[in-house]
Design a protein. Structure first.
Length: 323
């Protein structure tokens, strides 16, 4: 249909200020009605970028320090060095926390699961290794709630309003949601978060769970391009944008890690001079800080199965205009 696995494709490219949109396919293999620009994709780990903006807004407001241990506010991690974990460690995946919290597989759920995940044993001392971690961003979401004294979804809604991301949501209308995987224990997942850990938590989490359109994600890309200015107001300071676009750690795969974003990740950006992020369900966005051009690509590549559905080549081709 579109060169990518799955049933749906929504994309937006901005080149020299001219935006090009494309929507193809259907919301699921079983539906004949075509997908529209209003259909909501499970953004998966693109959620982490909105969480990063929310956290850095607290830094901008002087309510949270980047390099102060978070332990006085929230007990994150366990083991030697856990007391040294900072927000910078969490946002750059250098906290030493594991990649995922697998306790959901044993039936643990809700607040008990959340506490277990946030208190995971460290696999490395903070600041010594880069390990992409859903656990770290679940901790960031919990930290945001503690400092802001509001639920995470309310804090992210404020970010979305400033960006002009009018349909960004944690709770999509099922009739407008693009389907993801057919899972053995859940059946067809449509209108609910695909990520098993997020689903078991049963509440908005910092690592995954947001749904949105290509325009919703583009509003974030424009904010990065515009040095923190959103469509409806300033979302982040220029210093905050520099933190999101300047690499401070290097991953084993060779890309640079800034706060919340990857820099020059050739595995899916190709030769693009860009910063951005991907999501497991088949989503991605990238922005060129040099030119201001950006692209958003949303697919449901895990529909109806995640097996044999690598979209790295499709992403490299799509984002090649940023090179």
């Amino acid at each position: 249909m579109n060169g990518a696995p799955g049933s749906a494709w929504a994309s937006l490219r901005s080149i020299d200020g001219v935006e090009e949109r494309l929507v193809l396919g259907t919301a699921s293999d079983e539906e004949r009605m075509p997908v529209t620009p209003a259909h909501l994709f499970d953004l998966a780990s693109l959620t982490k970028t909105f969480t990063t903006v929310a956290a850095l807004r607290l830094v901008d407001a002087g309510l949270l320090g980047l390099d102060e241990p978070v332990r006085p506010l929230l007990a994150v991690g366990a083991g030697d060095g856990a007391e040294r974990i900072t927000l910078r460690h969490l946002l750059t995946h250098t906290s030493g926390l594991p990649a995922e919290g697998g306790a959901w597989r044993s039936g643990l759920a809700g607040d008990e699961l959340r506490a277990r995940v946030i208190g995971s044993d460290l696999l490395a001392a903070p600041g010594t290794a880069h390990r992409y971690s859903d656990v770290g961003f679940i901790a960031v979401g919990a930290l945001i709630e503690h400092v802001a004294r509001r639920p995470l979804d309310a804090v992210i809604a404020e970010v979305a309003a400033l960006l002009g991301a009018s349909s960004l949501t944690w709770r999509p209308e099922p009739s407008l949601a693009v389907a993801t995987e057919v899972q053995p224990h859940r059946g067809l997942v449509q209108g609910e978060v695909h990520d098993e850990l997020a689903h078991a938590l049963g509440r908005p989490a910092g690592h995954a769970g947001l749904f949105g359109t290509a325009d919703d994600v583009a509003s974030l890309a424009r904010m990065i391009r515009d040095d923190g200015a959103g469509a409806e107001g300033r979302a982040l300071s220029a210093d905050g944008i520099r933190l999101m676009t300047t690499p401070v750690a290097t991953a084993d795969a060779g890309y640079g890690q800034a706060l919340g974003l990857r820099v020059h990740d050739a595995a899916w950006m190709g030769r693009a001079d860009a910063v951005g992020h991907t999501g497991f369900t088949g989503t991605a966005f990238a922005v060129s800080p040099r030119t201001g051009d950006f692209g958003v690509l949303l697919t449901n590549r895990v529909h109806p199965t995640r097996e044999g559905t690598d979209v790295s080549a499709v992403r490299r081709e799509f984002f090649s205009f940023l090179g």
